[in-house]
Design a protein around this ligand. Structure first.
Ligand SMILES: Nc1ncnc2c1ncn2[C@@H]1O[C@H](COP(=O)(O)OP(=O)(O)OP(=O)(O)O)[C@@H](O)[C@H]1O
Ligand SMILES: [Mg+2]
Length: 424
């Protein structure tokens, strides 16, 4: 290709090209380069590149030096440095943006001796690509933030649904419990009282029988004595005498257990008419710890953090006392042989009352965690626990329009957090 023809091509291509010598003096600039500049400059040839583009001088100097020294091309991409040369964009990116986004390549031009004599600077307009890329990035960020919002919403919805299910479940179980408690209360009452009478009767009968036997043994003819002993033997009277009091005592114990369950059920179901009062939570915690001192002594160290000010709220004193008992007793049971029981209470920023009871006990598995507030849910052995403790706690929280949150990890411990409104 002829030199003139080649020059014509260079002048016409829509890529900015400019050549400089070792002193950074501009020896060539095609129209795409000089014409694209925002500040028109017709006298680029013979000018020093670093003076013309003084704002970018340090950067240009570094790039050009690296080409002369390393004899390799050097690049500048729009993402790192979008506007090396102040040129008009071919396609505005935003309303106010008029600068061209550009990739710039610094290429070595070697002379016959193999040394780099000039550097050719090629400026490619990537405004369209950059625009597309940035739009996509904005879109991605928007989507990402929407996704995060949706995730948060979903989480909140899940919690609300769980709470709704729990309170619905509790409401229907509460009705059932009230009914069952009422139905069982009467029969268990008369069974117990009849058993007491039976115990009394049986003691009297046994005494009478004993006396009769003694008289007969002393005074009757031998054939009657033999007859009597035969009847005693055949009917196992000696065993009955031993077993009868035990049977009656066991039955009485059984009715006592049923009575306790029924009373627990009633506590859970019936919101009695006890008066509401200003309850001082710190004082209640203190007195619970005093009452449970003996239990605590062998099972846990305690760390109690109560503020100097009194933490008071409107509540049913005995229900709150019972709640503290149930939670502390559960915690002690879970910490065998020794653990740390931490109790704290405070006001939060919205002046609600916060009560936190933490133990380093056995922890609760995720499957059990959703069931602990259900009446009769217990992991204790038969006869050891009724499983009504936490359902009472839940009923108290509901009645006080409070909230309870439990977090637990198997083998590490559990944390019960309560929030109560200051006023009813
Ligand atoms: N702090 C705790 N650590 C580990 N498990 C707990 C804790 N609190 C409660 N649980 C679990 O929840 C179950 C139900 O507790 P809840 O107080 O209702 O009944 P219980 O303690 O088993 O019986 P009761 O209270 O009648 O003696 C317990 O059996 C236990 O499995
Ligand atoms: Mg319990």
């Amino acid at each position: 290709m002829e030199k003139a023809e080649f020059e014509r091509v260079i002048r016409q291509i829509p890529i900015g090209a400019c050549i400089i010598d070792v002193n950074c003096v501009i020896t060539f600039a095609n129209p795409a380069f000089s014409g694209g500049l925002t500040a028109r400059n017709d006298h680029l040839i013979g000018e020093n590149l670093l003076t013309v583009f003084s704002e970018q001088a340090r950067f240009l100097r570094r790039k050009i030096d690296s080409v002369f020294v390393l004899k390799n091309s050097s690049f500048s991409y729009w993402q790192q440095r979008p506007h090396v040369f102040p040129m008009r964009s071919t396609r505005p990116i935003t309303g106010d943006e008029s600068q061209m986004y550009q990739n710039v390549q610094f290429m070595p031009i070697t002379a016959c001796d193999g040394e780099v004599s000039h550097v050719c600077i090629v400026v490619t307009d990537v405004t369209a690509e950059a625009s597309y890329f940035m739009q996509q990035t904005d879109l991605k960020n928007e989507l990402e933030s929407e996704h995060q919002q949706l995730k948060k919403l979903h989480q909140e919805l899940k919690i609300a649904q769980r709470q709704m299910l729990q309170s619905e479940k509790m409401a229907s179980i509460g009705q059932l419990a009230a009914g069952v408690a009422h139905e069982i209360n009467n029969p268990i009452g008369f069974v117990r009282s009849n058993l007491e009478t039976l115990k009394d009767y049986s003691q009297k009968l046994m005494k009478t029988n004993e006396t009769q036997k003694k008289i007969i043994l002393k005074q009757a003819e031998p054939r009657f004595i033999a007859l009597l002993e035969d009847v005693y033997e055949k009917n196992g009277i000696a065993f009955i005498n031993e077993d009868l009091p035990e049977l009656l005592n066991e039955s009485l114990d059984g009715t006592e257990r049923v009575r306790k369950i029924v009373s627990g059920l009633r506590d859970f179901a019936i919101q009695d008419d006890e008066n509401w009062a200003e309850v001082n939570l710190c004082a209640e915690i203190d007195s619970a710890l005093v009452v449970l001192e003996n239990e605590i002594k062998y099972k846990a160290k305690t760390s109690v953090s109560l503020p100097d000010e009194a933490i008071t709220f409107w509540a049913k004193p005995s229900a709150i006392r019972q709640l503290l008992f149930n939670i502390i007793v559960n915690a002690l049971y879970a910490m065998q042989p020794m653990g740390l029981l931490s109790i704290s209470c405070a006001y939060n920023e919205s002046k609600d009352v916060l009560l936190t009871i933490t133990d380093t006990g056995s922890g609760i598995s995720p499957e059990d965690l959703v069931r602990i507030f259900d009446p009769f849910f217990t992991t204790k052995d038969i006869g050891q626990g009724t499983g009504l403790g936490l359902s009472e706690v839940y009923a108290t929280v509901q009645e006080h329009h409070g909230q309870v949150n439990v977090s637990s990890e198997l083998g590490k411990g559990s944390c019960f957090e309560f929030t109560f409104k200051k006023q009813k």
